[in-house]
Ligand binder design. Structure first.
Ligand SMILES: *[C@@H]1O[C@H](CO)[C@@H](O)[C@H](O)[C@H]1NC(C)=O
Ligand SMILES: *[C@@H]1O[C@H](CO)[C@@H](O)[C@H](O)[C@H]1NC(C)=O
Ligand SMILES: CC(=O)N[C@H]1CO[C@H](CO)[C@@H](O)[C@@H]1O
Length: 388
């Protein structure tokens, strides 16, 4: 179990900040956009991956660019081995990703907790409680969470799933979410519930249902202040804003990029009393529409690059920040048909193959992301202001 690692990660961040007299609880609490007034944390695990796994295989300008990527802030998944943090005023960025019977409809990302093995209770007491203890103990650090990528989205769209595993998981996901929202409600915490992406929950028929699922959990938890909004497109490849043309594969969804999705979802969230603020994962959306044949393709999509850099300077009021959540260069899933966790999506015509196991370092993919990097991605302007 990764729990020990989580403790080490948060404790290491805390130790750094505690040692610095300039920090205070005041600085960690916030009103409004939690990304403002703090630098985002450079994920030390990702930086180490680049230095230890990627750079020894690289030379020249490509290597120089890789070193720059290593210093770009990104989220740390709470299943990752942490190392030493950076000593600046920052917000810790973490992904909570450990639902019991996780990703009930996919094989590549099955988790460690299972409902037939007391998974719901273990999620609460062995996973969420210790995280809460630490954010409480280190209350001089602002901590921003992305909550359970794909989790509630599976609940929204897979209720009638033919897979019994998804039906059984629905109630457990709901209870887990309510528990996490209640338990992680601290002044120094901001939590964004994962909301899938435009090509999933962005379909007009899914918007109200999505808002209802989120709103119900939020209200049942007592509307905790630290629940700030919705994270979208985590690990995905969608454009944030493409004014002029929709990729053919998005037809006929009118909400075919992430900003259109945010705008369409916001009124429904308000109706269900859920806070309508967003963050969007732009880590791998640098090339549009990338080498994807259909919107359902999700595994190691070819012909894309690193996207807009993390920033709280965004073109709309709804969007709190661009963030990098999925570490670009870690595989989405193996293309090896013999592997236990093999998913046919990972050897589709839209994927870079051969690919290693989910989470393992994928050097060819990382180099492709650098070669196609597009930090500006055009089109993004807020009253004449450049966003980069
Ligand atoms: C959204 O769903 C709720 C039920 O949760 C319903 O009362 C409401 O009328 C719906 N709104 C729209 C615009 O469909
Ligand atoms: C993949 O591409 C090949 C060759 O272009 C084609 O024959 C095949 O049907 C494609 N497979 C899918 C799933 O689209
Ligand atoms: C959280 C989320 O929406 N993740 C999705 C990212 O995009 C891929 C590809 O479309 C999906 O498979 C993931 O579920």
């Amino acid at each position: 179990m990764s729990l020990k690692n989580i403790l080490v990660a948060l404790a290491a961040m805390g130790a750094t900040v505690v040692a610095s007299p300039a920090k205070s609880k005041r600085a960690a609490a916030y009103d409004g956009n939690p990304f403002e007034g703090v630098a985002m944390y450079v994920n030390p695990y990702y930086r180490d991956e680049i230095h230890d796994l990627a750079l020894p295989q690289m030379t020249g300008s490509l290597a120089e660019k890789a070193k720059q990527v290593a210093e770009i802030p990104s989220f740390q998944w709470l299943s990752a081995r942490p190392t030493t943090p950076v000593p600046t005023p920052y917000a810790g960025l973490f992904v909570i990703y450990n639902f019991p019977d996780r990703d009930c409809s996919a094989k590549a990302s099955d988790g460690e907790l299972h409902l037939d093995d007391n998974g719901l209770e273990r999620y609460q007491t062995e996973y969420i409680d210790p995280i809460a203890e630490l954010v409480k103990e280190y209350d001089d650090i602002r901590t921003i969470f992305v909550y359970e990528p794909d989790g509630l989205a599976n609940l929204v769209t897979n209720l009638e799933d033919s897979q019994p595993k998804c039906q059984g998981a629905a109630e457990a996901y709901h209870l887990s979410t309510v528990y996490a929202m209640e338990t992680l409600n601290f002044d120094n915490v901001a939590l964004y519930v994962d909301g899938g992406h435009a090509g999933w929950l962005g379909w007009p028929g899914n918007l109200n249902l999505t808002a209802e699922v989120f709103g119900n959990a939020f209200k049942e938890a007592g509307k905790p202040k630290s629940v700030r909004g919705v994270a979208t497109n985590v690990s995905n490849y969608n454009a944030v804003l493409q004014r002029d043309r929709a990729p053919a594969y998005t037809d006929p969804n009118p909400n075919w990029d992430e900003s259109r999705f945010h705008e369409a979802l916001a009124p429904f969230l308000e109706e269900h009393e859920f806070p309508a603020h967003f963050i969007v994962d732009t880590g791998r959306s640098g090339v549009q529409p990338a080498g994807r044949e259909s919107w359902g393709n999700w595994c190691n999509i070819k012909e894309t690059g690193f996207g807009i850099r993390p920033s709280s300077n965004t073109p709309t009021e709804l969007l709190d920040a661009f963030v990098w959540v999925k570490p670009g260069g870690e595989s989405d899933g193996t293309s090896d048909e013999e592997a236990v966790r093999y998913d046919t999506m990972c050897s589709s015509n839209s994927s870079v193959i051969p690919a290693p196991e989910a989470g393992d370092w994928f050097q060819d993919y990382f180099e492709m992301l650098i070669n196609n990097a597009n930090p500006l991605q055009g089109l993004l302007q807020k009253q004449g202001q450049e966003v980069c």
